[in-house]
Design a protein. Structure first.
Ligand SMILES: Nc1ncnc2c1ncn2[C@@H]1O[C@H](COP(=O)(O)OP(=O)(O)OP(=O)(O)O)[C@@H](O)[C@H]1O
Length: 269
């Protein structure tokens, strides 16, 4: 299975460099990778660069042996699906149609869309009852689940999700992470998820990249990346990683780290 490789990647908006010479370990297929870091550290910018949505990019992005950095937008879109933080507000389509449209978009390139597959996916996401509802009449969390259905139905090789749990209740957060794990393993996807909830990252992801002011502070197994030291450096908090009675690691935040003075994200230019 191919890996996604990022080598010496820099990304700028105009003259302002946001991602600065980022080189990461290969992001392997079949495992869920968390992209972590404070507000403004460059997580969305990195995802957009991987999806080919930012112009001012230097360095190398490869999918297996294929150079994605210089691939056309259409070529990249065959392999990479990016789900932004929020979907367009006013699309007057029914949920089922919207997922079918997403399937059609991909089907031209790879496989034929399948009505049963759409139905099964809505069922697995727990939103089959919304199939006939209009998108612009859904709650924020319901829209987010539909966005995930639109992304997953396309069966990409690389799935980039920007805060896909931000509007979901506790039950759906767990359910969606479980489902993403199953899909990632079953289809050998490269799944990269921006998360703010460190405990979800610890519990539900295999690998993590920790961004700090546009640079990669560290990457590796999530349980190694999420440590007291990195949480202090990156988020300016005093934290402990402990195991709960079921043996799962869990982060406990004790206090803000007074040595930081202000929010660490506010230090970036
Ligand atoms: N379209 C844009 N034009 C100019 N600057 C931008 C643009 N989008 C983001 N930025 C800037 O790039 C920096 C990184 O933003 P980005 O959205 O990548 O951060 P993030 O880590 O995803 O943050 P958050 O956790 O708050 O979503 C911020 O300082 C932001 O102001």
């Amino acid at each position: 299975m191919s890996a996604l490789s990022v080598d010496d990647l820099s990304v700028a908006y105009g003259r302002r460099r946001i991602i600065d010479g980022l080189t990461a370990q290969p992001i392997e297929a079949g495992r869920v990778t968390a992209l972590l870091g404070p507000n403004g550290s460059g997580k969305s910018t990195l995802l957009k660069a991987l999806a080919g949505l930012v112009r001012t990019v230097s360095g190398n992005i490869r999918l297996g042996t294929q150079d994605l950095t210089h691939a056309s937008f259409a070529e990249r879109a065959r392999h990479v699906v990016y789900l932004p933080q929020s979907l367009p507000a006013s699309v007057h389509l029914r949920v089922f149609e919207s997922v079918l449209v997403a399937a059609h978009a991909q089907a031209q390139a790879t496989h034929r869309p399948d009505l049963d597959a759409v139905e099964a996916l809505l069922e697995r996401l727990g939103i089959a009852h919304l199939a006939s509802a209009y998108l612009d009449q859904l709650s924020g969390g319901q829209k987010q689940l539909v966005g995930l259905a639109q992304a997953l139905i396309r069966r990409p090789r690389v799935l980039l999700l920007d805060e896909p749990l931000s509007a979901l209740d506790l039950n759906y957060q767990f359910h969606v992470m479980d489902l993403l794990h199953q899909e990632t393993q079953a289809h050998g996807l490269i799944t990269v998820i921006v998360l703010h909830d460190i405990n979800i990252a610890l519990r539900h992801t295999d690998h993590a990249l920790m961004l700090h002011q546009g640079k990669l502070l560290t990457d590796g197994p999530s349980a190694d990346v999420i440590s007291s030291e990195t949480l202090r450096t990156v988020y300016g908090v005093q934290a402990r990683v402990e195991r709960c009675s079921h043996g799962f690691p869990h982060v406990m935040i004790d206090a803000l780290d007074t040595a930081h003075g202000s929010h660490p994200g506010s230090q970036s230019s």
